[in-house]
Design a protein around this ligand. Structure first.
Ligand SMILES: *[C@@H]1O[C@H](CO)[C@@H](O)[C@H](O)[C@H]1NC(C)=O
Ligand SMILES: *[C@@H]1O[C@H](CO)[C@@H](O)[C@H](O)[C@H]1NC(C)=O
Ligand SMILES: *[C@@H]1O[C@H](CO)[C@@H](O)[C@H](O)[C@H]1NC(C)=O
Ligand SMILES: *[C@@H]1O[C@H](CO)[C@@H](O)[C@H](O)[C@H]1NC(C)=O
Ligand SMILES: *[C@@H]1O[C@H](CO)[C@@H](O)[C@H](O)[C@H]1NC(C)=O
Ligand SMILES: *[C@@H]1O[C@H](CO)[C@@H](O)[C@H](O)[C@H]1NC(C)=O
Ligand SMILES: *[C@@H]1O[C@H](CO)[C@@H](O)[C@H](O)[C@H]1NC(C)=O
Ligand SMILES: *[C@@H]1O[C@H](CO)[C@@H](O)[C@H](O)[C@H]1NC(C)=O
Ligand SMILES: *[C@@H]1O[C@H](CO)[C@@H](O)[C@H](O)[C@H]1NC(C)=O
Length: 360
């Protein structure tokens, strides 16, 4: 019976040294923190000297360990939240994908007569790290999002079980905009363009991938500006600029000019440039901006071109001077044949002083 007694004693001893993991499978979202609950047992006669946690990528018996009470590192993501009696719970902050795998607890205890005994709970707790996912559904199934469309964004935490659904929050360009598992955008406008993410409400450090919504639309706010002014002086330079908001950007510009109710095309560039403007360039101008979703016409601007007063005077003077000489010349030749000496008296505007020019 002595063998039986020894066997039972041995069993008792084995049972006395043990580590219990309350959750053998733990799922966590990347960026969140997770607690691995744990308790450990050893004979009363022993006293715990050191505690360690290891990851299966290293030797869970020999280490190196991700936590070791003998080499304190307070800044580490790994925190021992248990004690040196029976609680060996472990916390991992800002969980990363490479934290996936088995985590095991090891402790070293001394007996009264300084016998040192290490023990590893080799079963361990297996950690799974997942990403938050965003599923975007569009009723019309199009790849691109157009003004007026609706879009449904749903946040999914694949750690969730049926009776345990996470609370989610939504961000647009990093600003909180919504709480709840789904975010529904109806009758989308250009202002809805942006980068969307979701997070777990309980763990602000978690974030899904970025969903970029780029709302496309036809030209809007098409307008014409005139530099330097729509009241121009003949001979100066004038620039008309067509501006418009569109996504994708405006592909084609067309300029139109209306004069006496006839509209003609006046250009194909975003800018209409007159290096030297003439009075006949005056009139009503508008532009049309086009992308793949359509066209929009601007309102019209009226370009007024004033002639230069000085120019008119010069032209008048030249005209009068020329006509004067011309008339005098003609009259002079006519009078040559009629009355050789009295002709110059009929000249309408010139004095007699220059008559020597034509005499002889
Ligand atoms: C172990 O300690 C942690 C942190 O102090 C506590 O949350 C947990 O309830 C404890 N576990 C047991 C079994 O006492
Ligand atoms: C795990 O990944 C993080 C960054 O993603 C890195 O800093 C760390 O060194 C990695 N740890 C191991 C053990 O590979
Ligand atoms: C997008 O959906 C609209 C209907 O809502 C359809 O008229 C259009 O052809 C679709 N565009 C593409 C690129 O599939
Ligand atoms: C958006 O999607 C979620 C999850 O699929 C669904 O429960 C919800 O009814 C949808 N909302 C709309 C307005 O389609
Ligand atoms: C969205 O993200 C893209 C790529 O990261 C970036 O280029 C863009 O500027 C972001 N948009 C906004 C509105 O922050
Ligand atoms: C068009 O102009 C209005 C009013 O100025 C402005 O609110 C709107 O954002 C503009 N639209 C675009 C696409 O720029
Ligand atoms: C247009 O006229 C302004 C003065 O009215 C002058 O400063 C500018 O250089 C001219 N531009 C060109 C391209 O001739
Ligand atoms: C822009 O003009 C080019 C050349 O005339 C034409 O091929 C193209 O279809 C036009 N684009 C749009 C959006 O109308
Ligand atoms: C813009 O004006 C042109 C020329 O008058 C016309 O043919 C076209 O239909 C107009 N476009 C729109 C969108 O009103």
């Amino acid at each position: 019976w002595i063998f039986r007694l020894l066997f039972m004693l041995g069993l008792l001893l084995v049972q006395d040294w043990r580590v219990e993991y309350q959750q053998q499978h733990i799922c966590a979202v990347k960026g969140s923190s997770v607690v691995i609950p744990c308790s450990f047992h050893y004979p009363e006669t022993y006293k715990v000297q050191s505690v360690k946690w290891g990851h299966e990528r290293c030797d869970i018996y020999k280490g190196p360990f991700i936590f070791d009470s003998e080499s304190n590192d307070a800044s580490s993501r790994f925190q021992y939240i248990g004690d040196k009696h029976h609680n060996c719970s472990f916390k991992i902050q800002q969980v990363e994908h490479n934290d996936t795998g088995k985590h095991a607890f090891r402790f070293v205890a001394n007996s009264r007569n300084d016998q040192v005994k290490p023990w590893t709970g080799s079963v361990g707790s297996v950690l799974t790290v997942v990403n938050l996912e965003v599923v975007m559904t569009k009723p019309n199934g199009n790849r691109t999002t157009m003004e007026g469309d609706s879009v449904n964004l749903t946040c999914i935490n694949s750690c969730d079980s049926e009776n345990d659904v996470s609370a989610f929050i939504w961000f647009k360009n990093r600003e909180l905009i919504h709480e709840g598992p789904a975010f529904y955008l109806s009758n989308i406008s250009p202002a809805n363009s942006g980068n969307y993410t979701c997070s777990l409400k309980s763990h602000k450090g978690t974030t899904s991938e970025v969903i970029s919504i780029d709302v496309e639309y036809g030209p809007k706010n098409t307008s014409v500006s005139v530099r330097p002014s729509a009241d121009a002086v003949a001979g100066s330079n004038i620039t008309l600029t067509c501006s418009s908001h569109a996504n994708p950007a405006v592909e084609n510009y067309t300029w139109f000019k209306t004069n006496e109710q006839i509209t003609v095309e006046a250009g194909k560039e975003p800018e209409l440039y007159f290096r030297e403007i003439f009075p006949h360039d005056g009139g009503q101008y508008f532009c049309s901006a086009t992308n793949k979703y359509g066209s929009q016409n601007s309102s019209t601007v009226t370009l007024k071109v004033k002639g230069k007063l000085v120019k008119i005077v010069i032209i008048l003077v030249v005209y009068l001077t020329l006509s004067c000489h011309f008339v005098r010349y003609i009259l002079f030749h006519i009078t040559l044949y009629t009355s050789k000496y009295n002709a110059l008296m009929f000249s309408p505007c010139c004095s007699n002083k220059n008559e020597t020019l034509f005499s002889g």
